[in-house]
Design a protein around this ligand. Structure first.
Ligand code: UGY
Ligand code: MN
Length: 255
């Protein structure tokens, strides 16, 4: 089965510290402690230049992590259900279906179980939390993107944003957003900013500008955007483009 049917090729592009496009065909399975009957691929990580770790995990029937994801001192985590149904246990039990998500602050572990007969797919994130003097610690947030209001982006109703975590609570040093573009719509300008992103494409296709190079991307791709790297896209094709991504927030630049 391993014999290729054509010349080997890849759409992936890796520019350490700058940006990366990681496509599904090149993903390998990593044996990460705790994950059982799962295909775990590490995406953005400090080895790429990111200050976080992103994973895409396919949980097969009976797939689980009962040792727990996160929970270490100072580590915050996030989970988004790309497909299927997953039970997440913290102090509480959460049944998350497609679009479901949960954020856990430092010290809160998530135990994971695939409840589907088939596969479930989850996008995972972890990072060191940065406390803010005088602020309380963040709390667990769970919800479903399908129930979160879509807001016009920069006054454009064909490009919309959803905030998955509280946008005005300074206890949180990170937010996750979903951007949705109708076909043909683009960002208002090419961004250059301090924050970094890890983005997982949920649907559609785009021509994405990364470091001023236009790159075709599509559903299932992962993009790491490092600090300051030029970034923007045109949604192309017939489907809506949407991606879920992390963006650090509520903290001053570090010296
Ligand atoms: O929120 C953002 O910085 C977002 N507009 N970036 C992006 O889509 N690459
Ligand atoms: Mn951005």
């Amino acid at each position: 089965m391993g014999y290729p049917t054509d010349l080997l090729s890849s759409r992936a592009i890796i520019k350490h510290g700058l940006y990366a496009l990681i496509t599904p065909e090149g993903l390998v399975n990593n044996s990460v402690p705790g994950f059982v009957n799962c295909y775990v691929s590490i995406l953005g990580s400090p080895r790429l230049g990111a200050h976080f770790v992103d994973y895409i995990v396919t949980m097969y029937e009976g797939g689980r992590n009962l040792r727990g994801f996160g929970g270490e001192e100072g580590v915050e985590t996030f989970l988004y259900v790309v497909g299927g149904t997953v039970k997440v246990t913290t102090e509480q039990e959460w049944i998350l279906r497609e679009g479901g998500y949960i954020y856990c602050p430092p010290g809160t572990k998530m135990l994971l179980e695939n409840l589907d007969r088939g596969e479930s797919k989850i996008f995972l994130y972890k990072r060191m939390y940065s406390p803010l003097e005088g602020e309380s610690m963040p709390h667990v947030v769970a919800g479903n993107a399908h129930e979160i209001e879509e807001m016009p982006y920069d006054g454009m109703k064909e490009m919309r944003i959803q905030d998955l975590l509280p946008a005005d609570d300074f206890a949180f040093d990170i937010n996750f957003h979903i951007l949705t573009f109708d076909p043909g719509i683009c960002h208002p300008f090419i961004e250059t900013h301090y924050q970094e992103h890890g983005a997982y494409l949920l649907s559609g296709e785009a021509l994405y500008n990364l470091d001023n190079v236009w790159i075709p991307v599509k559903q299932g791709d992962y993009i790491y955007m490092g600090p300051y790297v030029q970034q923007a896209c045109y949604a192309v094709g017939r489907e809506r483009l949407s991606y879920v991504y992390s963006k650090d927030c509520h903290r001053d630049a570090e010296l």
